[in-house]
Design a protein around this ligand. Structure first.
Ligand SMILES: *Cc1c(COP(=O)(O)O)cnc(C)c1O
Length: 381
């Protein structure tokens, strides 16, 4: 009976409707407040969200911007990175990390990820660093921070900036430290599907460095330091008032929602432990994982995903092609085999449904589908 029910249960990959149902009235009030005072581009709602988000991140300054991609570009630009410079990052990330480097005119340089946490392998840094290296961008993939200590030590010893791509890691910690307070700056995305998501596009840069924050504030607003007085060439990367108001409401729920995600990840891990042919995500003891994405690895992904989909289970791939093998980056001249861990993961990763509002029944339905996909038996046929 249980089996029959779980077989028929639809589990979407992501359910933003369920996510907003709880606080919908609050969100509508917040949007109305913005309409009441017509503070649509930057302004008081953005200022208030920045204060709250800085407080959440335990950092002195937060600058609200138009997207996570712009947050990365702004941080690199405000650090003075441009043509002739090199920036080290990983090939297993969303392409925006690498595009931000290219947008400054600098050259992206890759190191492979480690096979356990799927984050930057600090061992690779020594091999690729040059006198032109100006920054390192570790990516907190899936909600877990990499081994930051050796990365920070390496950078500090050479006067290189560390810009954290924390787009998937709102609330993550490393040895108790929040994402981003360790390096020069941390960059967040509030794309709707992220752990903290807006009602459209938004992002933020956080930093302890007041001068860096001020420069980012100027660049996001056409280099403007006083009305119509422009100290440098900037761009329009402001955050919308409506996004700020929505984010301020949703931020109050974030810690609790991250806790729910961790509970669901633990549920998956318990129920799927010891299954042959399946690699589960691992959270290192020194880290607080915020389970943005629950990615498992399976050998025959195509048939695995077909099986899950036939049972109404939504799943995704993050990411099927590592950045160094994307056509857009053919110009860098990397061949297949250049970053073997990233390449292997790209062929095996499958992301299971993960969002705070998942129910135990839904998780069980996913678990049964995963087991039956890997070990077809009459019981589960
Ligand atoms: C989402 C994401 C970005 C880009 O953020 P946008 O707000 O969509 O521009 C950058 N890096 C990573 C790792 C991401 O997941």
């Amino acid at each position: 009976m249980t089996h029959l029910r779980s077989k028929l249960m639809n589990v979407p990959f992501l359910d933003l409707k369920a996510h907003h149902a709880v606080c919908r009235a609050e969100l509508v009030n917040a949007i109305n407040a913005v309409i009441d005072v017509s503070a649509f581009a930057g302004g008081p709602f953005v200022n208030r969200f920045e204060e709250d988000f800085a407080c959440f991140c335990e950092v002195r300054n937060a600058v609200g911007v138009s997207s996570g991609s712009d947050a990365l570009w702004l941080a690199l630009t405000a650090l003075g990175i441009g043509p002739g410079d090199e920036v080290i990052t990983v090939p297993m990330t969303f392409i925006a990390t690498v595009e931000a480097i290219s947008r400054t005119g600098a050259r992206p340089v890759f190191v492979d990820i480690e096979p356990v946490t799927y984050t930057m392998d600090p061992v690779g840094l020594e091999r690729v660093v040059t006198p032109r290296t100006k920054a390192i961008i570790p990516v907190h993939l899936f909600g877990q921070m990499p081994d930051m200590a050796p990365i920070l030590d390496f950078a500090r010893a050479r006067g290189i900036a560390v810009v954290e791509d924390a787009a998937q890691a709102h609330g993550a910690r490393y040895n108790g430290h929040r994402a981003r307070t360790l390096g020069s700056a941390g960059c967040f995305s509030f794309y709707p599907g992220k752990n903290l998501g807006a009602f459209g596009e938004a992002g933020a840069v956080v930093t302890h460095d007041v001068r860096l924050a001020d420069r980012i504030r100027a660049i996001r607003d056409h280099g403007q330091v006083r009305k119509y007085h422009h100290a440098e060439i900037g761009w329009n990367c402001r955050m919308d008032g409506i996004q700020a108001a929505v984010l301020q409401v949703k931020l109050r729920y974030l810690e609790e929602r991250n806790e729910w995600r961790r509970k669901h990840a633990a549920h998956y891990a318990r129920a799927l432990a010891g299954i042959a042919g399946l690699v589960l995500p691992i959270c290192r003891p020194s880290r607080t994982h915020v389970s943005h994405i629950f990615a498992i690895r399976v050998p025959d992904r195509k048939s695995f995903m077909r099986h899950l989909e036939s049972r109404g289970i939504g799943c995704g791939i993050h990411y099927p092609v590592p950045v160094h093998l994307q056509d857009a980056y053919a110009c860098l001249g990397h061949c297949r085999g250049a970053f073997p861990v990233a390449e292997q993961c790209a062929t095996e990763f499958v992301s299971l449904p993960m969002y705070p509002e998942l129910t135990s029944c839904q998780i069980e339905a996913v678990v049964q589908a995963v087991i039956s996909a890997l070990h077809p038996s009459p019981t589960y046929a």
